[in-house]
Design a protein around this ligand. Structure first.
Ligand code: GUN
Length: 286
């Protein structure tokens, strides 16, 4: 089984991106800037945000971090986003999701300037992506496409199944795969007998948000499995460790290729965020 090493793909692309950022800076005098906003103290989100800030430093993107308390009101967060919309040094604003329950995600995304949306999650950017005029596309599914590209996994004409239908992963993932000429089926939490559908697929992207949910017998022999899940179980044999939506260890000798967790999709999400931020800085300057 080929291990689809996202850390490796991210590193290769990061080196290229650092050079591009340097060149952009030399030409324009502009350092791309990314504002990272985290509300509350969810430990997983804190780790993700710290990794994003660290990667900014590595590639030459200026980061502006705002750590806001869990009690931040929706109005206070909207003010923060409006302030960052106006900040000339900021080319991308990342509001880490999920937000605390009392804050409505759509309200925040509706105020965020789409020209400063490196996640590609505002209605304007999703609309452009959907209609084939992409400004920036959502990071995780785009990162998955780059992994498939890097390892030369054939997509055209293949049957692909996406498990999950979120705006951030499942739906844009299905759109990307359709554009790449796969025949795509989306299954979700209300689909009866998910396994009967995933077993038919050449490529399965699992973004179910369910810890170690699928294993060998849910796939056909020779499948390519992409695992978008990220969990740290409290109990069981994976207690305190990271694991995905798929029981990766079962795939050896069965799947033809699969992404591990950690070290698969995760590093690519961050890499795409960095690439999108440069893209937005370039657009702001054009
Ligand atoms: N939470 C989990 N993944 C992401 C992501 O890609 N972007 C944002 N903003 N929040 C996330």
């Amino acid at each position: 089984m080929l291990r689809l090493d996202g850390t490796l793909v991210a590193k290769t692309r990061r080196e290229r991106l650092s050079a591009e950022i340097q060149e952009f800076h030399k030409k324009t005098g502009i350092a791309p800037g990314l504002a990272v906003v985290l509300v509350g103290d969810d430990p997983a989100s804190q780790v993700y945000v710290k990794n994003k800030i660290k990667t900014c430093e590595q590639v030459g993107i200026k980061s502006f971090a705002s750590f806001l308390p869990a009690a931040t009101t929706e109005e206070q967060l909207l003010s923060k986003v409006r302030e960052l919309n106006q900040d000339k040094n900021v080319h991308g604003i990342l509001v880490q999701l999920p937000l605390p329950k009392h804050i409505h995600e759509e309200k925040i995304l509706d105020v965020l300037d789409p020209r400063k949306d490196p996640d590609g999650l505002t209605a304007a950017n999703l609309g452009l992506f959907w209609s084939g005029r992409t400004r920036v596309a959502p990071c995780t599914p785009t990162g998955v496409m780059k992994i498939l590209e890097h390892f030369k996994i054939p997509i055209a004409g293949k049957r692909a199944v996406v498990v999950g239908r979120s705006n951030i992963v499942g739906r844009p993932m299905a759109h990307h795969l359709t554009n790449a000429n796969a025949t795509v089926t989306v299954v979700h939490s209300k689909t009866p007998d998910v396994s009967s559908i995933t077993r038919d697929a050449d490529i399965v992207v699992v973004a179910a948000g369910k810890e170690r949910f699928l294993g060998k017998l849910d796939f056909k022999k020779g499948v390519v499995v992409i695992d978008v899940g990220m969990h740290r179980p409290q109990t069981g044999s994976f207690a305190g460790k990271l694991c995905g939506d798929v029981r990766y260890e079962e795939l050896e000798g069965w799947a033809i290729a699969a992404t591990p967790v950690p070290g698969g999709v995760g590093p690519m999400t961050i890499q795409m965020l960095m690439e999108n931020t440069l893209q937005l800085a370039k657009l702001a300057n054009s």
